[in-house]
Design a protein around this ligand. Sequence first.
Ligand code: PHE
Length: 345
Amino acid sequence: MENENLLKLKNAALKDIEEANSVDSLNAVRNTYLSKKSELSSLTSQIGQLPPEDRKAFGAALTEVRVAITSAIEEKMTYLKNKELEEKLEKEQIDISLPGISYEPGGRDPFYVIQDEMIEIFLGMGFEVADGPEVEKDLYNFELLNIPKDHPARDMQDTFYINDNELLRTHTSPVQARTMEAKKGAPVRIICPGKTYRRDDDDATHSHQFAQIEGLVIDKGINIGHLKATLELFAKKMFGEKREIRLRSSYFPFTEPSVEVDINCANCGGKGCNMCKGTGYIEILGAGMVHPNVLKMNGYDPEEYSGFAFGVGIDRMAVLRYGIDDIRKLYTNDVRFLKQFKKMS
Ligand code: PHE
């Protein structure tokens, strides 16, 4: 074997390495020139057949060729691997022209929008906000409101009892008694927003949990004119300047006289339509002059003091304002409803 042939082999290998343009093709070149079946390997195994004096020089020549090919392959391999990695990264790069995943900002629940609006209206008239517990004593929920045990009016407000003396309050009216107790005979002008409960079969217009805003004013010389003016202003602020109210006689054990308050229908202006069931009016709340017994039981002299009270359903206000077709939607946190509401408001 002549060195000339070895040189040819080496040049052929270097040329192939030079031309290899992928990691795969370079691996093929390595296989061709350096594997056990390669020409170089078979030449190496033939060293023993050479005359002893030639073996050393030929061996050295073979090694030189192997080293040259190996290092050329290694160098090219590093280059090709880097190149291929770069190409891959380039392909995988984030396409910033693609639209991203957008998260819609949340909105306020219609219930709280309405509640805040109602509170604002009464704060503007000089009311302060009072609070009371949802798990209430029978004493405050009924007895101090002139509804003694076994009074038939209790049937109108059946609820969830914790024990014989404690229950989930059926209205916010117990805060009337609590406030009178706390004010110890001084004038009162409060509202109390809060949750209330009744045993009810839930449907589109009934919910076992709902919410009210209670109002109570006690002072010297308070008459039903004050009640009417206050609630008319509330109705106008809530439903528009054109709204008028009408008082209908009603019954609550803790007020005398008692009234239901209606507003003229915004939809038909009072002519009668589907929304007001042909009556021209929509009922919005219950109210009345504080019953002398209630004043007396809670530390006020009915000869000296008088007052009015009202209780208005917050859910009902939201239903009327936004035309919500099912009261339960206010409690079920259905995102579709909340989104729809966001568009409405
Ligand atoms: N508490 C009554 C109800 O829930 C409403 C009301 C409050 C009536 C205050 C008169 C005075 O039906």
